[in-house]
Design a protein around this ligand. Sequence first.
Ligand code: UT7
Length: 329
Amino acid sequence: MSKIHAAITAVNGYVPEYVLTNKELESIVDTTDEWITSRTGIKERRILKGEGLGTSDMAVHAVNGLLEKRGIGAEEIELIIFCTTTPDLPFPASANILADKIGAKNAWGYDLQAACSGFIYGVSTGAQFIESGKHKKVLVVGGDKMSSIINYQDRTTCIIFGDGCGAVLLEPNEEGFGVMDSILRSDGSGRQFLHQKAGGSARPASHETIDNNEHSVYQEGQAVFKFAVTNMADVAAEIMDRNNLTSEDVTWLVPHQANKRIIDATASRMGVGSEKVMINIQRYGNTTNGTIPLCLWEWESQLKKGDNIILAAFGGGFTWGSVYLKWAY
Ligand code: UT7
């Protein structure tokens, strides 16, 4: 019997309607459109407005559209891996909440927290359940309502992040398409440069933590940039090497969208021209777990069966990694 690979058989995405432009940010913090564009490549990002709406509400849109595209019912989903840094609640898992909202009555699920590398971790771990024969339909969701943990008085972070969510369906493929390889890395000592100070068990919410703005993203941008630019490029080059892929063999690079300069460095390290790189950072900013599935969703119509695709990400933790997959449809 030929090896079972986990293939992406459907992809969909959702971004909220509200567009927060660089121009509007100029009226909120001391910044300029020129600074944001030249340092990050971002022009605008989406913000989820509406009382009581969380990340799972964006996922409902993305997943319902995905199920419709694939022509299957929610009850056919066996496992939901919800990659997010902004779950609706500390518990239960957003995977459970999503399953309830879409009617995935036969699914179990869990949340996966690996910050901006979450979707890569999710695809890689989800693939194991397919390859082992345990499951036939695994939903990997990547999304964040970053606006819920952003301090809109901090010009170094509020200009970067946005809200959005994407999802893919993994199914068995015996024709040699799907996830071929993955490299996942982490280094917890990097947490000092990118984290949320309070709201966890070590420092629960209190009046003091709220007064100190400790429930929002803390980032030392330059330090993170240095690690990201090296590690994301290294891990993308490494997965090419060990699968004997030349830059000509790579059809698409799907990089995490944190900063256009990090994306360019990764592409250049791989020897891949800009025409092969999916970039939508200018419209959505950094949606954390959402960036890679949102790219796949937007480029879906250009993808062809057999395309060699490299996913690459770097995020808080630190976490980083790459996935090599052959597009299956
Ligand atoms: O998603 C996963 C992980 N995250 C990342 O990969 C993000 C990595 N880091 C970055 O993308 C960049 O470091 C940032 C975009 C966050 C910042 O860009 P930078 O080129 O590293 O700027 P910087 O932090 O070195 O700041 C340069 C200057 C500073 O002023 P002084 O000290 O030189 O006078 C900042 O205060 O730019 C200032 N600055 C701003 N000026 C206008 C910082 N933010 C802004 C701003 N508008 N929004």
